[in-house]
Design a binder for this molecule. Sequence first.
Ligand SMILES: Cc1cc2nc3c(=O)[nH]c(=O)nc-3n(C[C@H](O)[C@H](O)[C@H](O)COP(=O)(O)OP(=O)(O)OC[C@H]3O[C@@H](n4cnc5c(N)ncnc54)[C@H](O)[C@@H]3O)c2cc1C
Length: 365
Amino acid sequence: MPKFLVNEDGSLGARNDAHCVSIEHKLGIKASPTAVLQFGDHGGAIGTLVGEENRGLEYMFIMMNSARFSVGMQGIAVSERAYQQAVNFARERVQSRPVDGSAREAVTIIHHPDVKRMLMTMRSLIEVARAVAYVAAAACDTAHQHADDAVRKQSEAFYEFMVPVVKGWSTELSIDVTSLGVQVHGGMGFIEETGAAQHYRDARILPIYEGTTAIQANDLVGRKTVRDGGAVARGICAQIAGTEAALGQHGGAAFTAVQAQLAKGRAALEAAVAFVVANAKSDPNAVFAGSVPYLKLCGIVFSGWQLGRAMLAADAKRGEDPSFHDAKISTAHFFAEHILSQASGLRDAIVAGAAPVNALSEAQF
Ligand SMILES: Cc1cc2nc3c(=O)[nH]c(=O)nc-3n(C[C@H](O)[C@H](O)[C@H](O)COP(=O)(O)OP(=O)(O)OC[C@H]3O[C@@H](n4cnc5c(N)ncnc54)[C@H](O)[C@@H]3O)c2cc1C
């Protein structure tokens, strides 16, 4: 909708009835002004038809899918900035002697196990979100470019399933990662000059705009899982089982541990898919009470899957750069034990947790 109308001869026409009435005061992303626009309060605003009549919703969804994927990438990007800053701080800040008595003086905090846990949580969440997003992006390319029609269709279905996961999972975890970034800084994290809090504030919008996490989760449950009877979801689970087999063949402690957690995670996801498909029509309140946990379960299990693949690739290339590839393998192992292990709890929330979600009447809140 233009601010000024354009005359037939191309010259500048009348002022349109579209006005900016204020600039929002926001929690974060302050360098990206958001305006309140008012249309038609002084006689009527004139809009311009984009494309063909009655195809607006279809066009909007092409834009929305792209925007949702991009917001997921924003989550990964802001998380990466928070991580790099936290690592730099942890390398410099001296506080407390080591718990193992290895030094008589205070050491830099990167030597404390809990600081390492926070940094590993940040690092692994960023790596998994990036891997899941890139696999989704590759499927999008294949869906557009592959010569085989069947492969194009299969890739399209996979990509469509992944979009709400990339958007919802990468942005929800960006809040955890940027919050940990503040925590690594201790009191300095709460002080604006440090810059850690800015990432936390900037991340907070990401699970809201371009559709809140619940809206992504509703899409994942309704259009992406129930509509095809869980076919795409189960197809992904079959691919995950293939990665489990490859991890098992490799052997080695870290590989076996990741395989075990991935198998449990996949079983949890299969149970959740079966529950969602079986109950969506007969008891939608029960299914949608667990829609966000379902999205998170997909995020966690797909993440474990991609890190399983990454650790196999890292092992194959280990000789090229042992330090880099060993770090990949350790990051995958950490993710499996600390985060992928949460999958069975999410399954329980989805399959058995609906009754208490829906128990209270409006008056009881
Ligand atoms: C900084 C900023 C920039 C923005 N930029 C744009 C822009 O450029 N263009 C644009 O069009 N919009 C923009 N928006 C709007 C943004 O997309 C919406 O705020 C967002 O989609 C959430 O919608 P809502 O505010 O109406 O929240 P509501 O829909 O009112 O949601 C409130 C709560 O209810 C939950 N909820 C609502 N419906 C359901 C449901 N069916 N199932 C389960 N839970 C539900 C939500 O998850 C949320 O927790 C912007 C917003 C902000 C803050």
